[in-house]
Design a protein around this ligand. Structure first.
Ligand code: AMP
Ligand code: MG
Length: 596
């Protein structure tokens, strides 16, 4: 969604590459605008670390001493400095910091990748690309070129013309005439990865249906019941070692290893000794066998000298109570073991079994309908036709769905035909819990999914500020969530990992799905662009000497090169506030093992 106002205060930005002279222009415009009585706020985004304070000033000292918010005030101005060590505050939060009652407009310098109305500034001598062809939020252009575009244009050196444009834009008539750059599919919202994830997670909910399944069928499923221990684990006090059980009180206080014990029994796992150990007696005992009555300590076999029904322990140090597992020490009866929403993997399955459950209540499997789209896309298995490519997306998507424990409905390939698509998507949404398609969501001529969904569902078309995977459709059809992933094979996988997987985890009933991330040192420079999240395919390894993780890319990063995913063992995630990562700097990696 384009942010056009905050608390009814209009926003207007100046978008340009650095070097164009945004600040100089704004500095020259402000007196002209304020002369008309406008009260103006300015938000300036700085790419690099900055500090408004000077070392030695009181506010600086208090901040460095630990104030996470520092408000300094005098007769003439006040300023709030807020430390954001974790991540930069988002645009809307920053806008909310202004005193809206005291302003008529907020002018924004920078933030060119955020969706709000902007004037593009361009100077020929810099030879920078134009922004307006790919940014529908640009409402006018100020440049020194002659342009043939369907937007108002001004001479970048004509300050009066620019300020006149702004004044008209802000006047009530101007406001209504301002190009409506939101809510239609021609100017889809530009969202960050995080914003997209949040919107999706807010819009999906956990499926209600549950079922009772045999224990082994619960592997990879999500618990729909709390598991409370019906027994003590271990159920009885037993030996943790192969060795000899004895009474610690029989050990002399010194030189205890010389003491000889009479071996009166041999207790195997699964069997018990009915008697009670008397003074000076020991019982040979195997790991897991129940401790005989009277005994409280086990000495391991390796420390024992055993002959003729006598045992002694040389100079072994023996601690009373050692090598004994007490009944209920792992889990006591009635103790909570797992909460509903727990993903059942190997250890959970084993633990549930160890408590004696033969069956368990789990969430019903999600039924996911998948298809590919495109006239050029052909199913593998027959010779390739002219002008065609074999389908890969359906297989990567279905494989990732299988890994997530979903049931899959493979609906094949749909041609680029509106009525065919409409019927297929509507039909799929009747029976499936979720519909996933690939292709047809960018702005190419044959990208029909949009038109289809506009008629039959409520689906948003987003541009996610990420690479690869910029176009994404998400919404509901027939009340069922729908994902229209991009067409390029790598973009499909990266979008799936970022958006579909978290949604599925929530729909499956998992409480908090937090994919594992780590930090690694870049072995090479990693190119990225400020304002966008870059997901490069990477190979991370551990440096054997330092124990440090290092990472390199798999080479060419085109979003159609599926081999890059195959060679990768991680995604390198470069956040929007980072430009290029230099060799030796740390980056975030998202390991892919177990996920694809
Ligand atoms: P689209 O968004 O439909 O224009 O697709 C973008 C690119 O991805 C085009 O080059 C398509 O040929 C390609 N593509 C679309 N669907 C598939 C698929 N199922 N398998 C492989 N490539 C695809
Ligand atoms: Mg297509």
């Amino acid at each position: 969604m384009t942010i056009k106002t905050i608390n009814n205060i209009p926003l207007l930005g100046f978008a340009a590459y650095s070097g164009t002279g945004k600040t100089t222009l704004l500095e020259a415009l402000l007196p002209k605008l304020t002369a008309t009585g406008l009260k103006i706020g300015v938000l300036k985004h700085a790419h690099h670390n900055f500090d408004v304070d000077k070392p030695g000033k009181d506010s600086y000292r208090l901040r460095k001493a630990g104030a996470s918010q520092m408000l300094i005030s005098s007769r003439y101005r006040h300023a709030l400095m807020t430390e954001t060590p974790e991540e930069e505050a988002n645009f809307e939060h920053l806008l909310s910091r202004f005193d809206h009652k005291a302003l008529d407009v907020i002018l924004v310098e920078g933030c060119k990748n955020i969706a709000f109305p902007k004037i593009e500034l361009n100077r020929k001598e810099l030879s920078k690309p134009w922004l307006h062809p790919s940014d529908e939020n640009i409402i006018a252009i100020a440049s020194d070129s002659v342009l043939d575009v369907p937007l108002p244009t001004m001479d970048i050196n004509d300050l009066d013309a620019i300020s006149q444009f702004i004044i008209e834009y802000l006047s009530p008539a101007g406001k209504t005439e301002a190009p409506a750059s939101c809510c239609d599919t021609l100017s889809p919202a530009l969202l960050s990865v995080k914003q997209g994830q949040q919107k999706i997670l807010e819009a999906v909910s956990s499926a209600a249906m549950t079922e009772n399944v045999e224990l082994m069928s619960a592997y990879g499923r999500v618990l729909a019941q709390d598991i409370v221990s019906p027994i003590n684990v271990p159920a009885y006090t037993n030996s943790a070692m192969d060795g000899f059980a004895l009474r610690a009180e029989d050990l002399p206080t010194e030189n205890n290893g010389q003491q000889q014990f009479d071996v009166v029994a041999s207790i195997m796992a699964g069997h018990a000794f009915d008697g009670t150990l008397q003074q000076g007696q020991a019982a040979q005992i195997m790991t897991g066998a129940p401790m005989p009555k009277g005994a409280d300590t086990v000495v391991m076999r390796e420390q024992a000298t055993h002959a003729n029904s006598k045992v002694s322990f040389g100079n072994a140090a023996i601690t009373p109570g050692q090598n004994v597992r007490q009944a209920g020490e792992d889990l006591a009866i009635g103790q909570s073991v797992f909460e509903k929403g727990t993903l059942i993997e190997a250890p959970e399955l084993g633990m549930i079994g160890s408590l004696g459950f033969g069956q368990v209540e789990v969430k019903r499997k999600l039924n996911v309908a998948v298809f590919s789209t495109g006239d050029e896309v052909q199913a593998p298995g027959s010779p390739l036709k002219a002008n065609s490519i074999y389908d890969s997306n359906r297989f990567t998507i279905m494989a990732m769905l299988q890994k997530l424990g979903c049931d899959i409905v493979d609906l094949g390939i749909l041609e680029d035909d509106e009525s065919v698509m409409e019927a297929a998507i509507l039909n799929a949404s009747e029976s499936a819990d979720l519909v996933v398609t690939s292709g047809g969501v960018s702005v190419g001529d044959a990208d029909f999914i949009k038109d289809v969904l506009e008629k039959s569902g409520n689906v948003d078309f987003w541009r996610i500020n990420m690479r690869p995977g910029r176009p994404l459709a998400f919404g509901h059809i027939n009340g069922k969530p729908f994902f229209g992933l991009p067409g390029n094979p790598v973009a499909v996988m990266v979008s799936f990992i970022n958006f579909v997987e978290p949604a599925i985890r929530k729909m499956q009933g998992i409480q908090q799905f937090l994919p594992f991330k780590a930090s690694a040192v870049a072995e090479m420079p990693l190119r990225s662009r400020q304002g966008r999240t870059e997901f490069s395919r990477g190979v991370y390894t551990m440096n054997e000497e330092t124990g440090q993780l290092t990472v390199r890319t798999t080479g060419k990063q085109g979003s159609g090169i599926l081999r890059s995913m195959s060679e990768a063992n991680c995604l390198i995630e470069i956040s929007p506030n980072i430009d290029t990562v230099k060799t030796g700097e740390s980056v975030t990696i998202v390991p892919l093992q177990g996920r694809i």
